[in-house]
Design a protein around this ligand. Structure first.
Ligand code: GLN
Length: 505
């Protein structure tokens, strides 16, 4: 299979292959010595959980978003997803390191210093970001499941770099209540594990011990973007897979699309090989259909994302002013001059990348720049969504199939639809264009270069679609030796996406 060890899919690395590394946990519960009679009975469904530190945990664990501005902050509430998972048997092992407020692709923009993978004797490798700490905790076998957040790829990219499974659900499926917002219209809670079945049981929840889970059903009235129950049932009614058992055999029924625009020049040849080996395997061994498809707006998606996400971030982060939220700069607080407190608190509290995004977002939302940037980016977002709707066999239950109008298109987009439309079930593509780089190479990397890593993950985010990164082993020298292949599905086709991913294992 030309360098792609498909057997590795879903298989956890052995203990020898994964060694401890520092800095992926940034806070952990104090060890307690429970009295023998208060020890809860261990049931098989209990599991250990790491929680990305931008997801609120109440009680003794702070929620810092890896930012100095929230240093020591303890949330008065617990995120709904944490409460739900605790009710399903999760015990929290600790809070994990991330890029400050989720902004980054290598977990290097953290007030706690970077998270990384590799043993202390080895050259550290990027853990990916922004949920890098969660990914390393899972890869090191320290927890069964980890929560991350995925705004533009922050669960899928670290999963690909560290060789674990990373799943981003459909937007609106998992409650965001208690998740510190970065870019609300894109933010989703995501799941990292070595085992797809564990994630599938929690989400689709029709089989096994966690049968009562079925997180897809749970509307949260505290989150205005959580899909209502009638909408959930309507969406699921048009989908299979919430009750189906998935076997390798089932893959025969599936048509996979290969989006040609993802075959970019910058794609590492080893990843390209793994991608074509995966496609061949699906076709030849599993009897699936594999066809080329075209998503013409892919090229514009990354730029649109880096306009929309910072714009929303600049608004979300306005509340950290040392008065409403945030660690106040006390020296400036005693200064009589108005405005000094804000500037000093924010100047000292935020890291460089966060400041860059706030400036960028404030600019693109300003009256003179808005039409040129923010509004155009929203139009591109609509086109990205339409590209996906055009190739998927299933309708998007939230949108009418949009009619094609030439005046909608930016001039740069090719009008010719070379390869389709093909009515496919899922798209198969790489998760990231390169293998995990050495940490030293990315520590001082220009921000725009690191934005490149998100080129394959942001389109599904802009369209709110479910996507999963599945690990494949790659022959490589001095790297982590793993890469991710990504499956993207139509909106609310999560159960089938997870089922198909599991069947590929
Ligand atoms: N790397 C992207 C960014 O910095 C994605 C982050 C995320 O998904 N939280 O915005």
């Amino acid at each position: 299979l030309r360098g792609c060890d498909w057997d590795y899919v879903i298989m956890p690395l052995t203990a020898d292959e994964r060694r401890r590394h520092l800095n992926h946990f940034i806070s952990q519960p104090a060890p307690s010595t429970p009295k023998p009679d208060s020890v809860p009975p261990q049931t098989k469904s209990q599991f250990t959980l790491a929680v990305k530190d931008n997801i609120a945990t109440s009680s003794s664990l702070p929620t810092t978003c890896a930012s100095n501005i929230l240093s020591g902050y303890v949330s008065p509430i617990e995120a709904t997803i944490v409460t739900q998972l605790r009710a399903l048997g999760a015990s929290i092992t600790g809070k994990t390191n991330l890029d400050e407020f989720g902004m980054g692709s290598h977990s290097t923009h953290s007030a706690f210093g970077p998270a990384s993978q590799g043993s202390s004797e080895e050259v550290p490798i990027s853990a990916g970001g922004s949920s890098g700490g969660s990914a390393v905790a899972v890869a090191n076998n320290e927890v069964d499941l980890a929560l991350g957040t995925d705004t533009g790829g922050s669960v899928r990219l670290p999963a690909a770099y560290t060789g674990v499974v990373g799943y981003k659900p459909s937007y609106g499926m998992i409650s965001r209540y208690g998740v510190v917002p970065y870019a609300n219209s894109l933010d989703t809670v995501g799941f990292l594990s070595r085992d797809i079945k564990r994630i599938r049981d929690l989400i689709a929840g029709n089989q096994g011990e966690a049968g009562r889970a079925g997180l897809w059903k749970h509307h949260d009235p505290n989150d205005p973007t959580s899909l209502s129950l009638p909408a959930r049932l309507r969406c699921a009614g048009q989908r299979q897979g919430y009750t189906k058992r998935w076997e390798k055999e089932s893959l025969k029924e599936i048509k996979f699309g290969i989006p040609l625009e993802y075959n970019i020049e910058e794609l590492d040849p080893k990843i390209r090989d793994a991608w074509s080996a995966g496609a061949e395997l699906l076709q030849q061994e599993f009897g699936a259909k594999v066809v080329p498809v075209s998503l013409p707006t892919t090229k514009q998606a990354l730029a649109a994302y880096y306009v929309i996400a910072p714009a929303e971030a600049s608004s979300n982060l306005a509340k950290y002013d040392g008065i409403r939220y945030g660690k106040r700069d006390e020296e400036a607080a005693s200064d009589a001059a108005g405005g000094v407190l804000y500037a000093a608190t924010r100047g000292k509290g935020f890291g460089e990348e966060v400041k860059r995004r706030i400036l960028l977002g404030s600019y693109t939302l300003s009256s003179e720049a808005m039409d040129n940037y923010f509004i155009k980016a929203q139009r591109v977002r609509r086109l990205v969504r339409r590209d996906f709707n055009r190739v998927f066999a299933l309708e998007n239950p939230l949108h009418e199939r949009e009619t094609f109008s030439l005046s909608d298109l930016p001039e740069t987009i090719e009008l010719e639809d070379k390869w389709g439309p093909e009515e496919v079930d899922f798209l198969l593509c790489p998760t990231a264009p390169t293998l995990a780089p050495k940490l030293a190479e990315v520590m001082d990397q220009a921000s725009v270069d690191s934005y490149m890593n998100d080129v394959f993950t942001v389109p599904a985010s802009l369209a709110g679609l479910p996507a999963i990164s599945i690990p494949v082993r790659i022959a490589s020298e001095g790297g982590s030796g793993t890469a991710g292949l990504q499956l993207i599905g139509q909106y609310w086709d999560d159960a089938r996406l997870l089922g198909v991913a599991e069947a590929m294992a």
